[in-house]
Design a protein around this ligand. Sequence first.
Ligand SMILES: [Zn+2]
Length: 405
Amino acid sequence: MTVLEDAREIQPDLVRLRRELHADPEVGLLVPRTRERVLSALDGLDLEVTLGRALTSVTAVVRTRRPDAVAPVLLRADLDALPLTEDTGLDYASRTPGAAHACGHDLHAAMLIGAARLLAARRHRLPGDVILMFQPGEEGHDGARLMLREGLLDAAGDRPAAAYALHAASSAPLGRFGARSGPALAASGTVEVVLRGSGGHGAWPHAARDPIPALGATIGALQTMVTRRFDALEPVLVSVGQVRAGTAPNIIPETAQLAATLRAFSDTAHRRLVAEIERVVHGVAAAHGVQAEITHSQGYPVTVNDPAAAGFVADVCADLFGAERYAAAERPALVSDDIGRVLAEVPGVMVSLGTCPPGLDPRDAAPNHSPRAVFDDSVIADGAALLTELALRTPPKTTEGRPLI
Ligand SMILES: [Zn+2]
């Protein structure tokens, strides 16, 4: 039987597992019930399993039996849910208010379990060992960094030669695979700004140092800065998502605050963005006679897909499913993912898989992170088959140097 035929045979098991995970989501770095389900699904496959210490991760190695083994391949699935309340009406919807698998990680986990079963049954054919990375804490908790620190890349002995991850997209056409060569997902970060003035009566603003107009001017100046200080062909983004000031209409507050998310496609651009923000914020504050305090926290790095590996994924997709099931993504996406930390160490690819429910126009479908996002799980076997096949074939020679956008 081919990998794909085998994968479709186990599809009902994988769907059952995915729906169990979906109904019982856990958020963050500690997902103990999810880990139990992963471990029991891997039980009996003769894998070398290591558990995370700082997080409830699972690393499982499928050993090849070949004496001439090449360097390992790493396959990754994330396990955590999002802190939001599901509103899909599905019969297997989340039973926990405030937690939902609205980013498809339940599908990723089921696909990697499927790949584990398919690979374990074919270990004699594997060119090298396979490291299976089951990672909690993708959604803003940097679980990948902790797994790297705990020795993920040494799990099989030699360092991996390639790494692959699949990501479900609820508003992309069902069953369509895609990847972008080069920078694919953005680097992210957060800045928080506190403007400190001097409060007073709303009727006597001249006797106060009002931080609110300074905050308004700062928000506008940040957007102008993005368009004037960065090349229009270099994607850089600042979105102010939180503002906070004041307690009553007739009181000028002491402070006004904002928090913004930052996105960029190179570490250089990201560093420059932070420096420009500091310059603008301090300049505007000085003009308004208020003090500014800025805190910056670094999120995830840019996710860069290796061009040779992206071409390899396209070829494998075409072989397995037909060329029409693969579309190279022309543009990078402004979302970010900590797989970027793994791909900074090991050349590889983050592949997307469309899971828009049949009969629905993808343009009308609720996107990932929406409480109404629905991920059609009829393609789980296909995802498992792709991961399996990527590990069964010898990884391509990787591209020299880091490609630019
Ligand atoms: Zn997400």
